[in-house]
Design a protein around this ligand. Structure first.
Ligand code: R5P
Length: 294
């Protein structure tokens, strides 16, 4: 028997008011299940609709690349200013404090090093471990046009099947081979394929021409990877242009952790992404913070 309701307050069933059926702020995600939406809302700010993910997964094929030699020293201080972290489970368990409260996207593929053919990857993590680690999402490389294109696409679709089983979103990372042309035509193909085959988020590179055709033809949120280190103004401009042309944020690594002042750069990128700060103003902010933090 349910407990007797002893309240004297008159009940109100709001009979004349239809129940609200809220939509969802992220593109193409309105029909996802509650758990997946809840995880995505931890990563993407529901007010701006965007994210500043900090990508520090490079060691999974590059080893201790510049800026990631000591993640406890170089990266942990940056965590308070990112919306989410993108890293491997090895780094998460060994170095990232478990009392940090930011959501984590876990790198779920691996295999070859920079010494070998990079597209020859496999799924490198059980979904159960992602759940055990309380992952907000999982990420995997997809090599469209690469030597092992089909394998990498199937890795992604298998991961999507696993993610769907437990409500964990999958981010497909469009990896570009050394000999491929990085243009809008290529990224339209790669991003659309990833979304059609089930990726919930697609990470891709910025191209100066027609980037908006990549975002508009991809039915799920796109986040921009930063790529190789650029001068700060160029990196801030690229991030600004990406979100103005439809990206839902960034998943940036080297342009933050290889900067002369990573904490200052992190804050400047945040302003660009969440507050539409103009790149020149963000550069001034970066310079001011760089001096203050010295
Ligand atoms: C590269 O393989 C990794 O997935 C990185 O997470 C990605 O490239 C973003 O980092 P960056 O901004 O340094 O390109």
């Amino acid at each position: 028997m349910p407990e007797a309701d002893v309240s004297k307050k008159e009940k109100n069933y709001f009979i004349d008011t239809p129940q609200k059926t809220p939509g969802y702020f992220l593109k193409g995600c309105g029909n996802l299940d509650w758990g997946m939406k809840h995880r995505l809302a931890q990563v993407f700010n529901p007010v701006s609709g965007r994210t500043v993910m900090l990508a520090v997964d490079h060691g999974y094929f590059q080893g201790p690349t510049t800026g990631l030699e000591r993640i406890d020293q170089n990266i942990v201080p940056l965590i308070p200013n990112c919306d989410a972290l993108f890293c491997t489970r090895g780094i998460l368990r060994s170095v990232i404090p478990a009392d940090m409260t930011k959501p984590v996207f876990l790198r779920a593929s691996g295999g070859p090093s920079i010494l070998k053919e990079l597209s020859n990857e496999e799924i490198a993590m059980d979904i159960e471990d992602a759940i055990r680690l309380n992952a907000a999402g999982i990420g995997i490389q997809v090599f469209i046009g690469g030597e092992y294109e089909t394998r990498s696409v199937h890795n992604m679709t298998k991961l999507v099947n696993m993610g769907m089983r437990y409500g964990i979103p999958v981010m497909a990372v469009t990896a570009v081979g050394k000999d491929m042309v990085r243009d809008a035509q290529y990224f339209r193909l790669a991003c659309r394929m990833c979304a059609e085959l089930g990726a919930n988020v697609v990470k891709t590179y910025f191209v100066p021409e027609d980037f908006e055709t990549i975002t508009s033809s991809c039915p799920v949120p796109i986040v921009m990877a930063g790529g190789k280190k650029l001068p700060e103004l160029d990196a801030l401009t690229m991030a600004y242009n990406a979100v103005q042309q439809g990206a839902s944020g960034v998943d940036m690594g080297r342009n933050i952790f290889q900067s002369d002042a990573p904490e200052a750069m992190m804050e400047a990128v945040n302003k660009v992404i969440h507050e539409n700060m103009k790149p020149k103003d963000a550069l001034e902010l970066y310079k001011t913070l760089k001096c203050e933090k010295k």
